[in-house]
Ligand binder design. Structure first.
Ligand code: IPD
Ligand code: CA
Length: 288
């Protein structure tokens, strides 16, 4: 029998934080021993390492021990139904290409999500619901190389290594440092390059650092002013978008009536996020 405590976002955030830290430390140790490509996915450049698979397996095993009624959805295929209503959305290594090359920008991302159920009720989905129909209520992103742990739970604010964080105070798009990312297929990248080409004269500068979860946390801590990307999967953004939201960011889609998610995620302090959305809309509208 599940009790209210089983749904307590603060407790879930603690589970996410402990697990992300444990697994993050483990993948860093694995990297020191060596790393190799185990398989490719959407294209030859979309790689999976042994560490991705082992890390996801470890996360699934631990969750099975401590939260047996919960479901899991993992980037490397972990999938189980939830009987509690909570599903853990997991990216065992976000920034796998950084990991492969020994660049520091990779992370473990773990979020506890609930299904909005809005469709069944015929009502508007609650704030924070993304286009996959879920809402993250707790999450953690751990960056092993810098030993940085970002944590948030719904309504509780966001922290970096235990200290509260806030989005930047920037309001002007032309002064904004904006990050983005690129998908793995040629078609998607070609389109994304054309969009960046139109945006870059309108902002302070653009960064492409290679891990969506870390980009979202960087918006949360003010290290970046804003971020946008098309084509993300729920495991890329579930924890990071909650952390950004709890740090004061608006999470927007391209269209007014759409939910943010795979088709577009635009994140930043509310006024700036709205301006970035206009600019990204213009850029997509300007595509041939
Ligand atoms: C990728 C990273 C990257 C983003 C891609 C994601 P992966 O995840 O988050 O920054 O631009 O869209 O697929 O493959 O490293 O887990
Ligand atoms: Ca990812």
């Amino acid at each position: 029998m599940l009790s209210a405590a089983d749904f307590d976002p603060e407790t879930l955030a603690r589970v996410a934080a402990e697990l992300a830290t444990e697994v993050g430390r483990r993948i860093r140790e694995m990297r020191d021993v060596g790393v190799g490509v185990a398989a490719t996915k959407a294209s030859r450049s979309d790689v999976v390492t042994d560490a991705d698979r082992r890390a996801e397996q470890l996360i699934a095993e631990r969750l099975e021990q401590v939260r047996p009624q919960d479901g899991i959805l993992g980037e490397e295929g972990a999938s189980s139904e939830s009987s509690s209503g909570i599903t853990w959305v997991v990216d065992p290594i976000d920034g796998t290409v950084n990991y492969l090359y020994g660049l520091p920008g990779y992370a473990v991302s773990i979020a506890a999500t609930v299904s909005s159920g809005a469709e069944a009720r015929g009502s508007a989905p609650p704030a924070g619901t993304t286009s996959d129909g879920r809402r993250a209520i707790a999450g953690a992103v751990y960056v092993p190389v810098t030993d940085e742990l970002y944590v948030a739970h719904e309504g509780g604010g966001a922290t970096l290594n235990g200290e509260p964080i806030r989005v930047s105070t920037e309001t002007e798009l032309e002064l904004a440092l904006v990050a983005t990312g690129f998908g793995y297929t040629t078609e998607r990248r070609t389109e994304q390059a054309q969009v960046v080409r139109q945006l870059i004269p309108r902002v302070r500068d653009v960064r492409r650092m290679g891990a969506a979860s870390v980009d979202l946390c960087s918006v949360a801590s003010g290290r970046l002013d804003a971020y946008y990307e098309r084509g993300l999967h729920p495991w890329d953004y579930a924890a990071g978008a909650l952390i950004a939201r709890e740090a004061g960011a608006a999470i927007l889609a391209l269209g007014d009536d759409e939910l943010p998610g795979e088709s577009m995620l635009i994140v930043g302090p509310p006024k700036l996020a709205a301006s970035l959305r206009d600019a990204v809309r213009d850029a997509y509208a300007g595509l041939a």
